[in-house]
Write a protein that binds this ligand. Structure first.
Ligand SMILES: NC(=O)c1ccc[n+]([C@@H]2O[C@H](COP(=O)([O-])OP(=O)(O)OC[C@H]3O[C@@H](n4cnc5c(N)ncnc54)[C@H](O)[C@@H]3O)[C@@H](O)[C@H]2O)c1
Length: 329
């Protein structure tokens, strides 16, 4: 599959590296309006032409466009790419509102083109292992998820911290539960007056009573990427910063005697299942190529999943504006 990469800022180079390494994709052209970024691309990939915009990239006889530009540009760039008959892989979030995301989903379906979103973590081996444990009933009934995705930076200019960081948690939650929350509530702060929430706390309530809580911040002294998934039988801590033991399963919990109303605690073994060392983006790019070639029809970050993530984030934005009021998804 011949691919045009649009956007070569921070994230674009990671996609470029994987598009080069994947045996079924050819990185045919790189587009970025910035001279500096094109110079970096020329140095890294001297054999790949660089151009200033999507229109010029589309002249390079490509079948697919990979978009790694700021969120507010995803919709216009994806609309043009789809209307030119190209398959599209777009960085998260698919769009910055539900209406635009739905238009893209419909457009791709009508044209019979692949529209995938770079929800990177649903291709991460650790998250796939976590899903395996949940689906196999290893944890029992899910009670809650508590997630922290915080670091110092990178402040985005066109989206708040929930659209930037919590987008990952929301996509992981959809992948783990196959469910959308029925209601969300979010509070956030903008202590440096940058014009959007830089620290925010999102609560998602599900029909079953299960609750997921996500803390997202660009203003933390340390990098944390930790998700606790508590089940009735077992609990898992998924720590993406850990080099080896990313998943730890705790044979721990509490039982309540319904008659005596007494709580007894269980603390047993802690084990760490083997998680293959494979880069999530490599898996994702391979899926994308197979989807474009029509050899694969099922992948975990297609238009329906991307639209669900945008639905949750849009409800979260309304809740932020209403100072934490619950908003139906
Ligand atoms: N999956 C992940 O873990 C992950 C991590 C970081 C960023 N991202 C996503 O990647 C996207 C880009 O983020 P970034 O941090 O690389 O931003 P960035 O600002 O570092 O880079 C964006 C690049 O796009 C270029 N650009 C802007 N408008 C363009 C246009 N119309 N056509 C072509 N190029 C254009 C800019 O010149 C810049 O070089 C965002 O959607 C972000 O959410 C994903």
């Amino acid at each position: 599959v011949r691919v045009a990469l649009v956007g070569f800022g921070y994230w674009g180079p990671n996609l470029a590296r994987n598009l080069r390494a994947c045996p079924t994709t050819t990185l045919a052209v790189i587009a970025d309006p910035s001279h500096e970024r094109r110079a970096v691309a020329d140095r890294l990939y001297p054999d790949v032409p660089t151009v200033a915009d999507l229109a010029s990239a589309l002249l390079a006889d490509v079948e697919a466009v990979v978009i790694a530009t700021p969120a507010s540009t995803h919709y216009p760039l994806a609309v043009v790419s789809l209307s030119e008959g190209k398959h599209v892989l777009v960085a998260k979030p698919l769009a910055t509102n539900v209406e635009d995301a739905a238009t893209l989903a419909k457009g791709a379906e009508r044209a019979g083109l692949t529209l995938m979103v770079d929800h990177t973590f649903v291709y991460a081996p650790a998250v796939r292992k976590l899903r395996e444990l949940v689906v196999a009933g290893n944890l029992g009934r899910l009670l809650y998820v508590d997630s922290a995705r915080v670091n110092l930076g990178v402040f985005q200019r066109d989206i708040d911290v929930l659209w930037d960081l919590a987008a990952h948690d929301v996509s992981i939650l959809g992948y783990l539960t196959d469910e959308l929350p029925v209601e969300v509530a979010a509070v956030g702060i903008d202590p440096l007056a940058v014009g959007r929430a830089t620290c925010a706390w999102l609560t998602c309530r599900y029909e079953s009573g299960f609750v997921a809580h996500v803390a997202a911040s660009w203003l933390s002294p340390v990098k944390v990427r930790r998700m606790t998934v508590a089940g009735e039988k077992r609990m898992v801590v998924y720590d993406d910063v850990e080099p080896v033991t990313k998943i730890r399963v705790y044979d721990a919990g509490a039982d309540v005697d319904p008659v005596e109303a007494q709580v007894s605690y269980r603390t047993g073994d802690v084990w760490s299942p083997l998680v293959p060392v494979t880069e999530a983006l490599a898996v994702e790019v391979e899926h994308f190529a197979a989807a474009c070639a029509g050899t694969e029809t099922d992948w975990p970050s297609g238009a329906p999943e991307a639209l669900d993530v945008v639905r949750v984030l849009e409800a979260a934005r309304r809740s932020l504006d209403e100072r934490g009021a619950p908003v139906a998804v």
